[in-house]
Design a protein around this ligand. Structure first.
Ligand SMILES: [Zn+2]
Length: 235
């Protein structure tokens, strides 16, 4: 369904949600379109991404192109998994315009947009992407655990990813990776990490980084510090 048809349909939803600056229709001053409602299936689940992203809670965001940022992505053909996976490593073309959107928008029952893009905003980034599938999986992991979890990193633009030492083709570039923080100061950090790992496997996340690779030493004891999960689109 074209966006302009959805505009009218969800006009009153805007009002109810008290998004005061939003007017109905695409000719408003608002430069990003936000819709709440039953606007279709969540997705897209895998790259290449499109002009909109729809989250499982019905939030639908219109995305914007940033050719300059897209050009900083590594070429898909160089991905470490070969030609068969090239489709999953297409440079991201469409982004959430962070300066034009309320970062407190809920993406699911317990998570809001800022939890996925906070580090990008903190370093002055104005573009990000959040994959609908990983957002849904994070919510289901949190629901399964029955307690809040902290996301230490989600989307990272290539330059940001490089600064923090991420892999050249890290899924964080593609918005479908999340690091779930594990409090290393706790003596039961490994138990908590294992619980997160198990929940991630249960909900069907494509890839969960083995705990040994996410461990660091604390006072001679190896403790998990975070669990990386991603929905890269293949296993
Ligand atoms: Zn990660």
């Amino acid at each position: 369904m074209p966006l302009n048809e959805v505009d009218v349909r969800w006009c009153w939803t805007f009002v109810v949600l008290s998004i005061a600056t939003l007017a109905c229709g695409r000719s408003s001053l608002v430069s990003v379109d936000v819709f709440f409602g039953d606007s279709g299936a969540p997705g897209p689940a895998d790259p290449p991404y499109t002009e909109t992203v729809t989250f499982a809670n019905g939030l639908r965001l219109a995305l914007t192109e940033s050719p300059e940022l897209t050009l900083t992505y590594p070429g898909a053909s160089g991905n470490p998994f070969g030609a068969a996976r090239t489709g999953h490593y297409q440079p991201v073309r469409f982004f959430i315009p962070l300066q034009s959107i309320t970062l407190s928008h809920p993406l699911s029952e317990n998570f809001v947009l800022s939890e996925f893009v906070g580090p990008t905003v903190e370093r002055g980034g104005v573009w990000a992407y959040v994959d609908a599938q990983i957002a849904d999986h994070v919510q289901r992991i949190r629901s399964g655990l029955g307690r809040p979890v902290i996301l230490s990193s989600a989307f990272r633009a290539p330059e940001h990813n490089s600064v923090v030492g991420g892999a050249s083709y890290s899924r964080h570039l593609y918005g479908d990776a999340v690091d779930i923080d594990v409090d290393q100061s706790r003596s039961d950090a490994n138990t908590i990490g294992q619980e997160v790992f198990n929940e991630a496997m249960d909900v069907g996340v494509d890839f969960v980084l083995p705990l040994i690779d996410t461990s660091v030493d604390v006072s001679g004891q190896t403790r998990v510090s975070w669990v990386h999960i991603d929905d890269r689109g293949f296993r």
